[in-house]
Write a protein that binds this ligand. Structure first.
Ligand code: PLP
Length: 433
């Protein structure tokens, strides 16, 4: 199966940049569909359902593409619940995950009858039970287990081993599940895991799945009869520069035995795998300069637009888009051709503001359009307005058509809800002791 990705070979990217400006994220809907199908085809006859992890890319149009493919939505906040509902997902199509759900968020989820609430602690489970009872509902819950599987990804993307904040500790799961099964306001539908992100070694899924299989058997032995699903989480890695990704068939081979062993359908929660390769961040080269023996390419996208290089040391493929850049390179001055490695940096007042370090990007001369590839996941969704920079535009590409899916933020948007000092007249006076 060929890997479907959005690459620099699409001339439309230069036209989008001219029309919409930069920085701009472009997502190829065709790539999202290809990746979804690759995953579901790899699962073959194994009963399963894909719940797309909204936090990877919550753009409403992207959510619409995934919904039309039959995906559900995996959310981690009420903000994402609103987003998913706006995109057309019904409550039954939604799984609510996350380690720190507030009472009001859980209450909303219970009242709206979301399909599954994945709890991560005993205290959270008791709270859901209490809220469901108060509203006369039976809440469908899953228990996210910490299967104590050590992944070898960046420390910030590991979640599935002992001593992390995620999941219910392995040795407490069985008794908590028994407690859940005994509550009349709860239906214990699921046990599951989510062991991290950007995982490229299927062995972790295999050992996690084995542990979940053991857990299901143990719970049945203890008389729990309500399980309807097993959740194997997301985390499937994609290929960034010089690395490798998780192959859908390899992933499927690791988790399918769990469905066979338990007779339960699998719930998958991929985010990055579905949308990462479908996105590119378009940015324009502003300047080049040398300083202290280092070469810099200064571009108009920064860490506020794409945080992954600064936060995780992520290495995205970067290339010049279209002919323009290459043509300009030939006639440029001292730093022409960019054959020397250069740091690709943004305009923010932070030394950590870089998109790549010591990278050879030929043709990265002022005015050239660059594409930062594999940026469809955790790109825009992690962006901020730091340095009072309006967030980038987002464009959806559908074959040979494209449209703005989120307008570039305006300068006025930056101060939404703020008041000048002179406009504040409603001070609350505190009278202590
Ligand atoms: C973030 C997250 C996912 C998706 O992770 P990816 O690495 O994008 O696949 C799935 N499930 C849960 C609970 C998450 O928090």
């Amino acid at each position: 199966m060929g890997e479907s990705v959005l690459t620099a070979s699409r001339p439309v990217l230069a036209r989008i940049a001219d029309a919409v400006g930069t920085p701009t994220y472009v997502y190829d809907a065709g790539v999202v569909r290809d990746r979804y199908r690759a995953l579901t085809e790899a699962m073959g006859a194994t009963p399963h359902r894909v719940f797309y992890s909204v936090k990877a890319n919550g753009n409403l149009a992207i959510l619409g593409v995934l919904r039309s493919l039959g995906a559900g939505a995996d959310i981690v906040s009420v903000g994402e619940l609103v987003r998913a509902r706006r995109a057309g997902f019904t409550p039954a199509d939604i799984v609510f995950s996350g380690v720190g759900k507030r009472r009001d968020e859980l209450e909303t989820a219970v009242r709206q009858r979301v399909g599954l609430i994945n709890v991560e602690s005993a205290a959270e489970l008791r709270l859901v039970s209490e809220l469901a009872a108060a509203h006369g509902r039976v809440a469908r819950v899953g228990i996210r287990v910490n299967p104590d599987v050590t992944t070898h990804t960046h420390p910030y993307t590991q979640t599935g081993h002992e001593g992390m904040k995620f999941g219910v500790p392995w040795d407490e799961v069985a008794s908590l599940a028994e407690f859940a099964a005994a509550q009349s306001s709860l239906s214990l539908d699921c046990v599951g895991m989510h062991i991290g992100s950007q995982i490229v070694d299927a062995e972790h899924y295999r050992s996690g799945a084995e542990r979940l299989g053991w857990l299901v058997a143990e719970l049945r032995r203890r008389g729990v009869r309500s399980l309807r699903l097993v959740d194997v989480g997301g985390g499937l890695g994609i290929r960034y520069l010089g690395g490798r990704g998780m192959d859908a068939d390899t992933f499927a081979a690791a988790v399918r035995p769990l469905a066979d062993a338990t007779g339960l359908p699998l719930l998958l929660e991929p985010g990055r795998f579905l949308v990462g390769p479908a996105g590119v961040l378009l940015t324009r080269c502003l300047y080049r300069k040398c300083s202290g023996g280092r070469d810099f390419v200064i571009v108009d996208a920064g860490m506020n637009d794409l945080l992954r290089p600064s936060l995780y040391g992520a290495e995205h493929e970067i290339g010049v888009i279209g002919e323009e850049g290459a043509a300009e390179a030939a006639e440029d001055g001292p730093h022409q051709g960019a054959v020397e490695p250069a740091d690709i940096v943004g305009p923010l007042c932070e030394s950590g503001d870089f998109l790549a370090r010591a990278r050879v990007v030929s043709g990265a001369t002022p005015g050239a359009l660059l594409g930062v590839f594999g940026a469809g996941a955790y790109g825009f969704s992690m962006s901020s307005t730091y340095n009072s920079r309006p967030r980038a535009a987002e464009v959806l590409l559908e074959g040979d058509r494209w449209a703005v899916a989120r307008a570039r933020e305006r300068l006025d948007d930056l101060m939404q809800g703020e008041r000048t000092l002179g406009a504040i007249t409603d001070w609350t006076t505190e009278r202590d002791g």
